[in-house]
Design a protein. Sequence first.
Length: 363
Amino acid sequence: MSHFVALSLGANLNNPLYQLISAIGEIKAHPEISSVSVSSFYRTKPIGPAQPDFLNIAITLQTTLSPLDLLTAMQAIEESHLRTRTLRWGPRTLDIDLLLYDDVTIDTKRLTLPHPRMQERAFVIVPLLEIAPTLTMPDSTSLQSLLSPLSDQLTDIHLWEIPSMHQLVIASHNAGKVAEFKTLLAPLGIEVLSLSDLNIHSEAEETGLTFVENALLKARHIAEITHLPTLADDSGLVVDALDGAPGIYSARYSAEKTDAANNALLLKNLAETGDTERRAHFKCVLVLLQHANDPVPIISEGEVYGTILDAPSGENGFGYDPLFFFPPLNKSFAEVTPDEKNRNSHRGKALMDLIAKLNQRFG
């Protein structure tokens, strides 16, 4: 038997937009969940100690899970997003609250339904009303009527609109990069076009001396060919002990310009370096042009810090991922799942920064 459920999701740490987008995908992928509806994104002021604003959404769904099994499934998703519970009403990577489950009422130490504080929170009611305007509580109180006593909170809630962009060309022949962008942008309804999709084999000559300069060169070159909005990425590995190398030359560090050869050369150049001197970070710069002559390109950056291993570890990812150890997950980037990498990577961070800047300009 299928049951109606209402959820409230919020995040204000570690790429909040991506935390929510990723959680939506994980909820939709659950084999015992169907008919998922998702509200718009809302930016809301936090309750409790000083911290960043939250992004909040509401979700309704149908499930064959029991209330406690559903709670367990949602907490597993929270934990996969590195959710911690050290401070009440504190900042968090992801918070999933079970609001309603049919007309069921439960009052136990682990679960209370309906959610005991949903009637006090406009940031819960407003998104839920958007997707379930006729919804009623188990006592037949309409959801709409719950909003009236919360009118003083409405000034702290703002619709967070993602600017419309139907197609976007990724100015790269790197299949790994293109795949990551497609995954990251798919939930936003943006069709990502690779250079292979458009049968483009031309490449810009990377003569810049910085990541920003090279990203601009690549974006303008492809935008001139396609006449479409173009996103270019220039990224690389920056190793402290090598004075920032490979840096902008990361993809062409070795004579062979292959991942295996690049990794081998990096290990050779670090052979005499002690374990405490192998600090490194990945850096990504994104440049978005609306057209080739766009006078105000949108530029965003993202960085992620770790250390270089003594030998490759893991089978996932590409580039230097097998050598890049990421302490928060205690794994190399080639050992993490694609979802874990997208939530934590330099590219994921740069893309979330880009979306925020798009919203500031066009939202």
